[in-house]
Design a protein around this ligand. Structure first.
Ligand code: C2E
Ligand code: CA
Ligand code: CA
Length: 284
């Protein structure tokens, strides 16, 4: 949908893209088994001298509508792959999760381009996971060939925001996903909604049944962390674990989080109480 002021914003965005004035921040995702860093999700940031900070949910759709999305995607990929090299030199070898617009996947040669970019920078392709969201106009099922090519190259595929919008169970069965990300709306209501718990439980079972790992997004409280753990999620991400970080802070976060993890999951009494509560729920 067009909004007032889009013209000026678009011109500003084009300038920011050309002038390398966009940044990436990185949000850690941790294993719920032992708290280790499984990957980082790259999230683009634009802080403009004229407009101030502009949310990606505002400018990414604008880039999609005005033919700039491929430029944004390629800038993003180059940036994160170079960052991966810097982290490796620091002794951090992690996977990168990258949000990709379904529009950028319409070119059949895109997987080759991504592979060439990885090769040129000596980043193994299995360190990359693409996060995709189902859109109204770009059903992912139409991108089956492109998605399969990514998988053949060892690149992971996550379905983002699962459970809201347009994503459907059919997509999961037919497309070669490796990870399912449960939308943060379900996690947000977890503490007060029995329905949300049942939905998460069912989605986790579905993901595991299809051989995918299940990630809970938007984990903000210790209670939510413990609940998604007990409901069987494999990975968690959210402000409780870490907000998106500038790249130079990842090493320090990693050292601190190792110390924080036991206290986040360690209250046996509460965990036991949750198990009893979940058993009651399951029994109806
Ligand atoms: P997303 O992929 O679902 O990303 C998660 C969003 O939730 C991010 O917002 C993140 O900052 C925010 N978030 C993380 N933890 C929490 C939490 O605990 N609570 C809450 N309430 N929010 C949390 P952000 O960075 O504003 O990104 C919004 C959306 O913009 C993303 O949603 C993604 O769809 C899109 N996006 C971001 N970066 C890129 C990019 O480089 N390329 C493309 N194509 N899209 C991007
Ligand atoms: Ca995402
Ligand atoms: Ca999401």
């Amino acid at each position: 949908m067009r909004r007032k002021g889009d013209g000026k914003l678009l011109a500003g965005f084009e300038k920011a893209l050309e002038g390398q004035r966009l940044n990436m921040v990185y949000q850690p995702k941790v294993s719920l088994r032992d708290g280790h860093l499984t990957r980082v999700e790259a999230l683009v940031r634009w802080d403009d001298p004229e407009f101030g900070p502009v949310e990606p949910s505002r400018f990414v759709p604008l880039a999609e509508q005005h033919g700039l999305i491929d430029d944004l995607t390629q800038w993003g990929l180059r940036t994160i792959l170079k960052q991966w090299i810097d982290w490796r030199e620091e002794g951090i070898d992690t996977c990168l999760a990258f949000n990709i617009s379904a529009l950028s996947l319409q070119h059949l040669d895109f997987p080759d381009l991504v592979e060439r970019m990885c090769r040129a920078l000596d980043v193994p392709t299995d360190r990359l996971v693409l996060e995709l969201t189902e859109g109204a106009t770009q059903p992912l099922i139409k991108l089956m060939d492109t998605l399969t090519r990514f998988r053949i190259k060892g690149i992971g595929l996550a379905i983002d925001d699962f459970g809201t919008g347009y994503s459907s169970i059919l997509q999961l069965r037919h497309l070669p996903f490796t990870e399912l990300k449960i939308d943060q709306a379900f996690v947000a209501d977890l503490g007060r909604s029995r329905d949300c718990r049942l939905i998460i439980q069912a989605v986790v079972d579905l993901a595991h049944g299809l051989g995918l790992s299940a990630t809970a997004e938007g984990v903000e409280t210790v209670e939510q962390l413990r609940l998604v753990h007990e409901l069987g999620c494999d990975v968690a991400q959210g402000y409780l674990i870490s907000p998106p970080l500038p790249p130079h802070m990842l090493g320090e976060w990693k050292r601190d989080f190792r110390k924080r993890w036991p206290s986040l999951v360690g209250n046996d009494e509460l965990a036991l109480w949750r198990e009893v509560e979940l058993d009651t729920l399951r029994e109806g």
